[in-house]
Design a protein around this ligand. Structure first.
Ligand SMILES: [Zn+2]
Length: 142
């Protein structure tokens, strides 16, 4: 009677907090966007802020999206929504900073209800009181 129960019972060597950051930086979440979302650190560049906002979208972090949005352009209605969105990835194409203004061009891919979307946006940011804030975005023509 050698019923050797196969050793397939989860032997994952997960490092608990070693979750890869949703923004696609390749770094762990804790060392990338998490400190910005929690308020422990301020995003040092517009690109870092943009990445953290992408991560906030993947986590439905409405409060962070508002906190990082210029109050003059921040929409009154809810930013996140209930439709389950599957975030597929972020690609930052360009980052241009000039003093307290910056633009970040990116492509974000996601799925809603099985339908794939591709958002190609050039976001504008301003630095106000030492913090980068999202202003608005435009969509480059192909
Ligand atoms: Zn990140």
């Amino acid at each position: 009677m050698t019923s050797n129960s196969s050793k397939s019972s989860g032997k994952s060597s997960n490092k608990n907090s070693g979750k890869t950051c949703p923004c696609g930086s390749g770094k762990s979440f804790d060392l990338c966007c998490a400190p910005y979302l929690s308020g422990a650190a301020v995003a040092p560049t517009a690109e870092a802020l943009m990445r953290s906002r992408y991560s906030a979208y993947t986590l439905n972090d409405e409060a962070y999206l508002r906190a990082s949005w210029d109050e003059r352009t921040c929409p009154a209605e809810r930013i996140t929504h209930d439709e389950p969105t599957q975030w597929l990835g972020l690609e930052v194409k360009n980052h241009h900073a000039d003093g307290d203004k910056a633009t970040v061009e990116f492509v974000a891919r996601y799925k809603i209800g099985g339908k794939a979307h591709r958002l190609h946006e050039v976001s504008r940011f301003v630095k106000y009181d030492g913090k980068w804030l999202y202003v608005d975005g435009s969509y480059p023509a192909k």
